[in-house]
Ligand binder design. Sequence first.
Ligand SMILES: O=C(O)c1ccccc1NCC(=O)[C@H](O)[C@H](O)COP(=O)(O)O
Length: 209
Amino acid sequence: AALNAGADMVGFVFFSPSPRHLSLETARTLSAQVGGRALKVALSVDADDALLDGIVAALAPDWLQLHGRETPERVSAIKARFGLPVMKALHISTRDDLAAIPAYDGVADRLMFDAKPPKGALLPGGNGAAFDWTILENLSLQAPWMLSGGLGPDNVGEALRITRAPGVDVSSGVERAPGVKDEGLIADFVARARAAVALLSLGSAANPA
Ligand SMILES: O=C(O)c1ccccc1NCC(=O)[C@H](O)[C@H](O)COP(=O)(O)O
């Protein structure tokens, strides 16, 4: 569905507590379907080298997305070991959280600003929680970045208008139940993101998917 909708990137979750978690076998099968139509992103949470070895062998990802407490040093080590670009997710709730950015800017190949998980949440992402997007207004970074957290077809245009994010990421906002993606919502999300990019003249640097 994501490929048909024209997503630039498709994400594969490797985190066993998640309803979106994939086995390596399933990832291998899904990977073959991508066929170069989108970039494959492997999402992990504080994965060790052995797990990342397995993920890279099964999925042959174009990107590694790190969603745990990986330090800048760990990001560098993963980049060096796998020779793949790394996207580091950082949790944002208040302006104070922007203080974490400089240590990763220029180390990670891309940053992803996601909402801080709600209290008691079992997952570090994919919670459908949004944050105050005005925190990111006028952000100036070396690394390209993406916005995520609580996005969906109805608010992605507004999120892009406020943040002018060079990319957006969605999970539960295009699901009909936890872990069950909805083809119509996916198509709607990509169409609305692309329409906002065109309207705002964000140009080809934008990467909404
Ligand atoms: O989606 C998951 O299950 C997940 C599990 C563990 C770490 C991260 C996870 N998702 C991260 C994402 O990339 C989500 O797209 C991002 O957090 C936004 O999620 P949502 O608010 O549900 O759109």
